[in-house]
Design a binder for this molecule. Structure first.
Ligand SMILES: [Zn+2]
Length: 64
């Protein structure tokens, strides 16, 4: 199932792929900052919004 992780602020695509990933690994890869808007990214799951996209069965993880 495709997974997309986006910056919550600017919707920059931090990760897109078919393999499930840990948000923590992704934000770590970016140094806990969004490369586009430089807002701080938190790997804390409580701050993530996971929502299924209705059309293509994608899951969007929004990082605050
Ligand atoms: Zn951003």
């Amino acid at each position: 199932m495709p997974v997309i992780i986006r910056c919550r602020r600017c919707s920059f695509e931090l990760y897109k792929g078919n393999e499930p990933v840990f948000p923590e690994d992704i934000v770590k890869r970016y140094g806990f900052k969004c490369p586009r808007c430089l807002s701080q990214l938190s790997p804390n799951p409580t701050k993530l919004t996971v929502r299924p996209a209705t059309r293509r069965r994608k899951f969007l993880l929004r990082l605050k």
